[in-house]
Design a binder for this molecule. Structure first.
Ligand code: FES
Length: 115
């Protein structure tokens, strides 16, 4: 089992409100090479957008890999195309397409609007 050290995104405020802090709290979540990081995050109750349901079509589930990227599955062509389409950085992955065989530290790029 891998451990996902997650820098959780702060919710986006309403229009006109001060921007949310860049760094949210940090959570430690079990990860696995058998489950996508998106599924691991959702199972742990993390707020991460996933508009297409994990099909690499929306790019809303982007994560930034801070450490341990070598422990992740390699990105496939569909993921690379989607990341390029949404302007993802070289340190970013789609959580729905990445699987963690070893410990990874990451930040959720997408934000979920506060209720
Ligand atoms: S959930 Fe849409 S690209 Fe990952």
């Amino acid at each position: 089992m891998a451990i996902l050290k997650v820098h959780r995104a702060a919710p986006v405020g309403l229009p006109g409100e001060a921007p949310a802090p860049a760094d949210g709290p940090v959570d430690l979540i079990p990860g696995s090479a058998a489950f996508s990081i998106l599924n691991s995050l959702l199972a742990a109750g993390e707020a991460i957008p996933h508009d297409c349901g994990g099909k690499a079509r929306c790019g809303t589930c982007r994560i930034r890999v801070l450490q341990g990227g070598a422990g992740l599955s390699r990105p496939g062509p569909g993921e690379l195309l989607r990341l390029a389409a949404v302007g993802g950085g070289s340190d970013e992955r789609l959580a729905c397409q990445a699987f963690a065989a070893r410990d990874v530290e990451l930040e959720i790029v997408g934000r979920v609007r506060a209720e």
